[in-house]
Design a protein around this ligand. Structure first.
Ligand code: ADE
Length: 418
């Protein structure tokens, strides 16, 4: 079997980690058991470009259990867990093309290799496979019955493709399911970003001024967890509604140039580019720690910092000291790549459980609706979103009440008032 991984001898360690993550992914396991019986993906070739983690491994195993023939590559050059990649190849017979730290050329070679499998369904985290299909590999578009997208940034790209008429396939925006973005983006990013910053620096968060750029679901999660660690949290936001929400949530809100003057740590979580420029950082507090937890490494200008650096020193894994021409030192984490997956292990399995339940059901939905979906960006049907929430609650042993018939009638009528 073809594959490109770091070292197949890492497989035993990866297998144990996959097992541990899988034990926390109860909803995905239920789907896997059903997929094993029903084989809804039988005969489907599926190309996935996702962070190669122990959680993703459990999704891959589920898709294979459903009958799919699968090939996997990384959606980020730094996020691959090499032991997990090895185990997927050696123990589960899934071709993987991903090596932690791969350069840009290797990253794109791996994406192209996955597309060489001629997938009928693609699964993206950041829309890189879909972009390749619509640029260099247009001749394969006719074979693709649909795709699914994991993350906010990817959905933004896809909607831009739809708007200018480029998008030629139906795509399920898994990110837009409530059981995805309200949980993974918020609680997953919140916890794992803190984890990544601590692993890279080992600094105390209590008492630090911690600025978060962006108050979307990821920013909200990060702000709440940084506050939980005892930091004084500052929010920088361009959207007045979100900024106001941050104020009402009890955070200090200010323009980034003011935040930069006082922040000990600043982390971008915007999904946009150019949030922090070199000149912004030249005016920052001496010794500021700069991280990014948005999808792409363009949220702050790492390349610009490198170009202008008087001196660069790698102090620890994922921690670089950069001295700027004005002698100011900034400490950059993970070269501006998303910190939670570069320096920690990404979102915990309990929350990826819901995200990947959405991915597995999206693949099944695409197959069931083969030929019926025109090129567009779709949400997964609300019934499936609700089903995932219900199963997650059940897996947590939590029972909730339901509406009485009288209450249902009341809610669907208008004539009962004061
Ligand atoms: N995205 C964020 N965290 C992740 C994880 N643990 N596995 C796969 N994709 C992720």
């Amino acid at each position: 079997m073809k594959s490109d991984i770091k070292d197949k001898n890492l497989a035993p360690k990866g297998k144990l980690r996959i097992e541990w993550a899988g034990a926390q992914m109860k909803v995905l396991n239920l789907i896997k058991e059903r997929f094993e019986k029903e084989k809804p993906l039988k005969g489907i070739i599926l190309g996935a470009c996702l962070h190669v983690t122990s959680e993703t491994a459990n999704l891959a195993i589920t898709l294979k259990a459903g009958g799919a023939e699968l090939a996997l590559c990384a959606s980020n050059p730094l996020s691959t867990q090499d032991d997990v990649a090895a185990s997927l190849v050696e123990d589960f017979g899934i071709p993987v093309f991903a090596i932690k730290g791969e350069d840009k050329d290797t990253y794109y070679n791996h994406l192209n290799t996955v597309l060489d499998f001629k997938p009928q369904i693609t699964m993206d985290d950041g829309a890189d496979l879909v972009t390749l299909l619509h640029t260099e590999r247009k001749n394969q578009l006719k074979d693709v019955i649909g795709s699914s997208e994991e993350t906010t940034t990817g959905v933004i790209r896809l909607k831009a493709m739809l708007k200018d008429g480029t998008l030629k396939i139906p795509v399920i925006a898994v990110n837009d399911s409530s059981t995805k973005h309200m949980f993974d983006n918020r609680y997953g990013t919140g916890q794992s970003t803190i984890d990544g910053i601590i692993r890279a620096t080992n600094v105390l968060l209590a008492g630090k001024k911690f600025a978060v750029c962006g108050y979307g679901w990821c920013g909200r999660g990060l702000a709440s967890r940084a506050r939980g660690m005892g930091s004084q949290v500052i929010i920088c936001e361009v959207d007045p509604l979100k900024a106001l929400e941050a104020v009402m949530d009890g955070f200090e809100v200010m323009a980034k140039k003011d935040a930069l003057k006082i922040a000990d740590i600043i982390c971008t979580a915007t999904g946009n580019k150019g949030v922090l420029s070199v000149s912004d950082l030249k005016n920052a507090k001496e010794g500021i720690i700069v991280a990014n937890t948005g999808h792409f490494n363009v949220e702050f200008d790492y390349e610009g910092l490198v170009k202008e650096a008087r001196q660069r020193r790698h102090l620890r894994e994922n921690l670089e000291e950069i001295t700027l021409p004005n002698n100011k030192k900034v400490f950059v984490l993970a070269e501006g790549r998303l910190i939670n997956l570069s320096s920690a292990e990404g979102h915990p399995p309990d929350v990826m459980d819901m995200s990947f339940a959405n991915q597995a059901l999206a693949a099944e939905f695409i197959v069931k609706n083969r030929g019926k979906l025109k090129p567009d960006v779709y949400n997964l049907p609300k019934e499936l979103d609700d089903l995932i929430a219900k199963l997650k609650l059940e897996s947590l042993g939590i029972k909730i009440d339901s509406l009485t018939e009288e209450q249902k009638k009341y809610l669907s009528s208008w004539n009962e008032g004061t």
